[in-house]
Design a protein around this ligand. Structure first.
Ligand SMILES: [Zn+2]
Length: 881
C-alpha cells in the first residue's frame, strides 16, 4: 500500500499514541543504564561525609557522560592559570544539543542586533532557548557547588520527569563545573592530607589560585587572570547567555542559603529590568526550596550589587546575573551548630528571627555536605524552571534591552569617549583599547583630523561611541565613580559598600579621556572600527646600535627587565634629551643592540626610537636586583597580586615566608626585601591581633610562624648593610617606633626612623575611605618618580598615613607623595577627605647605607592601578647610596 503524505502522517501519529510512551520509557531506561552514576565513578556518593573528589576526577566523570548521553556536550573554554583545561558542560534536550550552533547564533543576534525586524524577532523568540550559565565554586574553599555538579548532571541526563524534560527543551544549562580548577585541587588535596588528623578541616595555607585566591572574584573589570578571561569570554564574545549565576558559600552560623535579590546599593547604570528579573528568579528559588522542605533561605541580605568586579559584571552587559551563597562546613567535615550560636548581622537582617528576608529560619543542629548539595540541586532546578516558564519573555527582554541601550546611546549624553592617541603612557592606551575589545565593546579610530565641540582631534585618536548594547558597561568603567549613597533611615546611617568604590579604567591606568556630550553624524562618518588586536607598533630597521625606550611607558620596564635578565646592557638617561625633535625624558632606557633584543622589542606595543650611530649620552648602567618577596600563609592575596605583576613584567623574585626569616641571611642573598600589604602581628607573630586580643587561626601550626626576634635582627642587619626595604599598607607598621640593629654582643643600636603612622588620629577626625582613587602630587625629579606625571590618583583605603620628622644621626627622609590640601577624591567614596589634606602617602627613608620606601597605598592594587606601577618599578631600580 502506497501511503500519501497525509496518511503517512496519521499513521505515524497513531503509532506514536499507541507505542510512544512505551518507546520513550524504554529508550530512557536503556540510556540510563549506560550512564554511569556518580557513585560508580567516584566510589562514593557526592556529599558523603568527609569525601571530596578533585578536578580531574570531576572532569573524567563528565567526559564519560559526554560520551554516553546525547543531552550533554563539553566544550573547552581555555586554560586555568596553572594549565588545567576549563570547560562548559552544556546540558539540554537532545535536539538543542544538536542545534547548539544555530542557538548560539540566535543568542548573538538577540544580544547585539538592535535592528532586527519584528518578524525576525518573533522567529528568533520562537526558536531560541534560554541559555543559563552557572559558574561553580570559584572560591575553592567553597566546595559545595562543584561537588553537586555530578548529581545535577546525572539527574538531568537520566530523568523521565516530564516537567524537567520540558525545562530541558526550553533551556540550555551551561555549567562551568569549576571556575577555579587549580584551587579546587589545592583544597581537595590539602583536605585529604590532614583528614583523620586533628587538623582535619584546617584552612589551606596560602592562596587557592596561582596568584589571587579569593580576589578571582574581583578581576572581572581588569581581566588579568586566565580563568577570569575564559569565563568573561562566554558572555562578552562567544555565547551571550541570558541568565548567569555564580555559586558561593558564606559563614557557617548564619542563614543556610542566600538567593537574589541583592541588597542595596545597586548599580546606577544597570537597567531596572535586570533587577526585576533577579527578583523573579530569587523569589521562585525561595518558594521552591522552602516547599521542598529546605529551611533558612534568605534574600536581600548583606550582598550588594553596585560594583562590577565580580562575575556579575555581566549584568552591565544585559545578562540577568545573580549569585547564591550557602552556609559552609569545614570543607567536607560536618559541623554541629548550637541553636544559640546562630546569628545574622548586616544589611537586611539584624536578628536571627523569622522575617520577611528569611521567612523560615533554620533551627540549628548538624550541617553536612549531603544537605548542602540538596540545597544546590534545588536552587539549580528552580532556575531551570523559571527560565523555562519565562523562556519567551527572557529572550524578548534581552533584545528589547539591546535596542533600548543603543537608543539611549543615541539620545542621552555622553555620546562618545575619546582617547587621544598622544598619551603620557601610550602602552596603557593600547592596553585599554584591547581590554575594552575583550569586554565586547566596539572601539573605533578616527580616519582623519576633525573638530567636535570646539575641540580638535587627530587621525588615529580612539573613539568609543555609547550607542552600543553594552552601553551600561562602557559608562561604568569609563566614568568616575560616584558611590550610590543610600541610608537605612532618612538621614541615618549610610549603607556601607561591600567592596571598593573606584574602578574607572582611564583614571586607574592614567589614560586621558574626553567625554563628549554632543552627537555629530559627520564625526561618526570618520570612524573606522578596530577589528584586530590594537597596537601602535611600527616597523624598525634591524641594523641599529641602540634602542631608546621612553620611561613614561609601563611596557618599557618589561623590556628592560627582560633585557637585564638576559644579560643585555641597559642604561638610564641621567638627563632628558631630544632626539629627532622628540623629547625623551630623564630615566628613559638605552638598550644596546643584541640578537636577543629583537624578540623583546617585538612584544612591545609602542615602538622605541632606534639610533643607527652610537651617540654618547650621560647615562647610568642598571642591574637586576635580587628581590625577596614576603608572603604569609594567611591567604595573602596582596602578595599574590604582586607575584602576578612581577611575572607579567618579567621581574625575577624569591618568595620568603615570615617563618623563614630566622634562617635567611638576607644581607648575603638579596638586594631588596619587599613587604606587600599584610598585618604586622601576622608578619611578626603569625597571629591576628586587634588591640590586645589575639585570634588563633585554623591553619596547621607549621604555617603560623612569624618573623620573630631573631628574624627581625636579620632584617635590620640587611638594612644596616645597605639593603633596600619596600613596604606598603599595613606592613609598614614593622618600621614604626623603636628599631634595633645588633652588630655584636656589645654593639646594639637603637633608633627610630623619622616617620610615624598618623592614620588613627585621622580616623578619629572622621575619615572613611573604603577603597577610592585619591589625588596625589609627586615630588618631581626624584629616582622614584621617573616617568610619572606630577599628579596621579592612588588607590587608598584609609591607612596608613605618614608624618615625617627631622632626622637624627645617619638617617634622612624625603616626602615623595602627598595628598593635596583639598579636592582629593578623584573617584569613589570618601567621608571627611580633607582629614588627609597635605598629608604624606609615600616616603623615602635612609638609615646608614640602607634605604626604605614606604607606601601608604598599594601601588599594584589588584593589578588594577597601572598608573602607579612605575613607582614600584623605580623602587626596584633605586640606585645605592
Ligand atoms: Zn565565594
Amino acid at each position: 500500500m502506497r501511503l500519501t503524505r497525509f496518511t503517512r502522517f496519521i499513521f505515524i501519529l497513531l503509532a506514536f499514541f499507541l507505542f510512544g510512551s512505551l518507546l520513550t520509557h524504554a529508550a530512557i531506561a536503556q540510556s540510563s543504564q549506560s550512564i554511569m552514576t556518580p557513585e560508580q565513578h567516584f566510589g562514593f556518593k557526592p556529599g558523603a561525609d568527609r569525601m571530596l573528589f578533585d578536578y580531574e576526577e570531576l572532569i573524567s566523570y563528565l567526559q564519560k557522560l559526554d560520551a554516553a548521553s546525547p543531552r550533554l556536550k563539553m566544550v573547552e573554554i581555555g586554560k586555568s592559570p596553572m594549565g588545567r583545561t576549563m570547560y562548559i558542560v552544556f546540558i539540554s534536550s537532545e535536539e538543542n544539543i544538536k542545534n547548539l550552533d544555530q542557538l548560539k547564533e540566535i543568542n548573538r543576534k538577540l544580544a547585539l542586533d538592535p535592528d532586527l525586524s519584528e518578524s525576525e524577532r518573533e522567529a528568533l523568540f520562537d526558536e531560541g532557548k534560554v541559555f543559563f550559565l552557572a559558574a561553580l565554586s570559584m572560591h575553592s574553599g567553597e566546595v559545595g557547588p562543584a561537588q553537586a555538579a555530578p548529581l545535577i548532571a546525572h539527574q538531568l541526563l537520566t530523568t523521565d520527569d516530564p516537567q524537567i524534560l520540558t525545562w530541558l527543551n526550553d533551556v540550555v544549562y551551561m555549567m562551568v563545573p569549576n571556575h577555579n580548577p587549580d584551587g579546587m585541587d589545592m583544597v581537595v588535596h590539602h583536605y585529604r592530607k590532614y583528614k583523620g588528623t586533628k587538623y582535619e578541616g584546617s584552612s589551606l595555607p596560602g592562596v587557592y589560585h596561582k596568584y589571587v585566591g579569593h580576589d578571582n572574584n574581583r578581576d572581572f573589570v581588569t581581566l588579568t587572570q586566565e580563568d577570569t578571561k575564559a569565563i568573561a569570554r562566554i558572555y562578552n564574545l562567544e555565547w551571550f547567555p541570558q541568565v548567569m549565576i555564580e555559586k558561593h558559600q558564606m559563614g557557617s552560623t548564619g542563614p543556610r542559603y542566600f538567593v537574589p535579590p541583592a541588597h542595596d546599593p545597586i548599580a546606577e547604570n544597570v537597567d531596572a529590568g535586570i533587577w526585576n528579573w533577579t527578583k523573579i528568579f530569587g523569589s521562585n528559588m525561595i518558594t521552591d526550596m522552602t516547599e521542598a522542605g529546605l529551611a533558612g533561605i534568605c534574600h536581600s541580605y548583606i550582598f550588594d550589587d553596585y560594583w562590577p568586579g565580580s562575575t556579575e559584571t555581566c549584568i552591565w552587559k544585559n545578562v540577568i546575573g545573580m549569585l547564591t551563597e550557602m552556609a559552609s562546613i569545614k570543607y567536607a567535615t560536618p559541623i554541629f551548630i548550637e541553636p544559640n550560636e546562630l546569628r545574622v548581622g548586616g544589611k537586611g537582617l539584624s536578628e536571627y528571627k523569622k522575617s520577611i528576608n528569611m521567612p523560615l529560619p533554620w533551627q540549628g543542629g548538624w550541617w553536612r555536605l549531603s544537605e548542602m548539595l540538596e540545597y544546590e540541586i534545588a536552587s539549580t532546578m528552580s532556575i531551570l524552571k523559571t527560565a523555562s516558564i519565562y523562556r519567551k519573555e527572557i529572550l524578548t527582554f534581552r533584545n528589547d534591552l539591546c535596542r533600548k541601550e543603543v537608543q539611549n546611546g543615541k539620545t542621552k549624553p555622553p555620546y562618545y569617549y575619546i582617547l587621544p592617541v598622544a598619551q603620557h603612557d601610550q602602552s596603557e592606551l593600547v592596553g585599554l583599547v584591547n581590554l575594552l575589545r575583550e569586554h565586547g565593546v566596539a572601539v573605533y579610530r578616527l580616519s582623519s583630523s576633525t573638530m567636535l565641540e570646539d575641540k580638535s582631534f587627530n587621525a588615529g585618536d580612539i573613539v568609543i561611541p555609547l550607542a552600543q548594547p553594552f552601553r551600561p558597561f562602557i559608562r561604568e568603567v569609563m566614568e568616575k565613580q560616584a558611590y550610590p549613597l543610600r541610608h537605612y533611615t532618612p538621614n541615618g546611617e549610610i549603607i556601607k559598600p561591600y567592596d571598593i568604590t573606584s574602578w574607572s579604567l582611564p583614571l586607574h591606568k592614567g589614560v586621558k579621556t574626553i567625554e563628549m556630550n554632543s552627537r555629530s553624524e559627520s564625526f561618526e562618518n570618520l570612524l573606522i572600527e578596530i577589528n584586530e588586536d590594537f597596537t601602535l607598533k611600527k616597523e624598525i630597521p634591524s641594523n641599529f646600535t641602540v634602542a631608546v625606550l621612553n620611561v613614561n611607558n609601563n611596557e618599557s620596564f618589561k623590556a628592560v627587565f627582560q633585557s637585564i635578565t638576559q644579560g643585555l646592557k641597559v642604561e638610564r638617561l641621567n638627563n632628558k634629551i631630544s632626539l629627532t625633535g622628540i623629547e625623551v625624558p630623564r630615566g628613559s632606557f638605552l638598550i644596546s643592540n643584541d640578537p636577543k633584543l629583537g624578540s623583546i622589542i617585538k612584544e612591545l606595543n609602542v615602538t622605541p626610537i632606534v639610533l643607527k650611530e652610537s651617540i654618547t649620552f650621560e647615562a647610568t648602567t642598571i642591574t637586576m636586583p635580587r628581590i625577596a618577596l614576603v608572603e604569609t600563609y594567611f591567604h595573602d592575596m596582596d602578595a599574590g597580586w604582586t607575584r602576578y605583576v612581577f611575572d607579567s613584567y618579567s621581574i625575577p623574585f624569591t618568595v620568603v615566608h615570615p617563618g623563614n626569616f630566622e634562617k635567611t641571611d638576607f644581607a648575603k642573598n638579596f638586594d631588596i626585601l619587599m613587604f606587600p600589604d599584610a598585618d604586622k602581628s601576622i608578619l611578626m607573630e603569625g597571629k591576628y591581633k586587634t588591640k590586645d586580643e589575639y585570634y588563633i587561626t585554623d591553619y596547621p601550626p607549621e604555617y603560623t610562624k612569624g618573623i620573630g626576634k631573631k628574624g627581625m635582627e636579620n632584617l635590620m642587619t640587611f638594612l644596616d648593610k645597605g639593603g633596600i626595604i619596600i613596604s606598603w599598607g599595613r606592613s609598614t607598621g614593622l618600621f614604626m617606633g623603636k628599631l634595633e640593629i645588633t652588630r655584636g654582643k656589645e654593639d646594639k643600636e637603637e633608633f627610630q626612623l623619622p616617620v610615624r603612622d598618623i592614620s588613627e588620629d585621622i580616623q578619629k577626625a572622621g575619615l572613611y575611605c573604603p577603597g577610592s582613587l585619591m589625588k596625589t602630587t609627586l615630588l618631581e625629579d626624584h629616582p622614584l618618580t621617573l616617568g610619572m606625571l606630577e599628579e596621579i590618583g592612588i588607590f587608598f583605603r584609609g591607612r596608613p598615613v605618614f608624618a615625617s620628622s627631622i632626622p637624627s644621626f645617619d638617617m634622612d627622609r624625603r616626602v615623595i607623595g602627598k595628598f593635596p590640601e583639598k579636592n582629593i577624591l578623584m573617584s569613589g567614596y570618601c567621608e571627611k577627605q580633607e582629614a588627609v589634606g597635605d598629608k604624606t602617602n609615600l616616603v623615602w627613608l635612609k638609615k646608614g647605607k640602607g634605604q626604605l620606601v614606604l607606601f601608604g597605598f598599594n601601588p599594584q592594587f589588584r593589578a588594577s592601578t597601572p598608573v602607579a606601577f612605575k613607582l614600584l618599578f623605580n623602587a626596584l631600580l633605586l640606585p645605592g647610596i
